[in-house]
Ligand binder design. Sequence first.
Ligand code: SF4
Length: 284
Amino acid sequence: MVRVTKTPKRASKTTTKSAAKTTRKRVSKTTAKSAAKTTRKRVRKTTTKSATKTTRKRVSKTTTKRAGKKTARKTIRQLQHAREVLRRLHELYPEAECELRAENPFQLLVATILSAQTTDKAVNRVVPALFARYPGPAELAAAEPAEVEPLISRIGLFRNKAKSIVGSARALVERFGGEVPSGREELESLPGVGRKTASVVMSTAFALPALAVDTHVGRLSRLLGLSREQDPAKVEKDLTSVLDESDWGFASHALIWHGRRVCSARNPRCHECALGSICPSMRP
Ligand code: SF4
């Protein structure tokens, strides 16, 4: 007869319970440890992130400050340079002015339209006969471009220019009571009139602040370190940002004079240039 003892079962039950408890404890310990680890990691990550952010902010602030200081210093240098260029130009060409022959705003407008891609000298040769035949907007407005062409045929693009000056004269009669307007918008609404022509008329005929940028002004501005731009509108912006409004007209005329007399595109005479000591493009 086999006796069945119940004790081992109990023992096994107890052992299982205790094992489960231990496992639970271990699991809970492990979970707690891992949770703590994760939290630590998260905290570390957040701290690092925030520190990095703060550092970045500080660096960017410092960089901005430094950049701001640099820009300010650069701007001051540019201002001083531009003023010195202007001072020397005043000494060299105190009488600098527009070299086109014109006795009134209408004649100046016509002469300036004719001067596109042509020298002022060439324009000055043809305008006396033109103005003798068409002294004002009314007379020119009544003409046909074909009648005007022979009078200006010695200058480049004369057919297009004949159309432009007749068209402008008609617009003056029809829209502006036969008077040349002084506003940029109105001037630029006339046929053949762009920003440069409008600036010449505004500054020369009406003494308004405007700075005309032609090829000489653009070229000399780059040579003298006043601008790096090729686009005339951007050169104009660079110059007007460092010069007083009252100097805009003079600066344009004086740079043109210097370009014609000393600093020609083909043969700049650096050795006798009064701007040589401050010109970054001076050739030995
Ligand atoms: S130094 Fe030479 S390049 Fe400079 S403005 Fe005078 S002529 Fe022109």
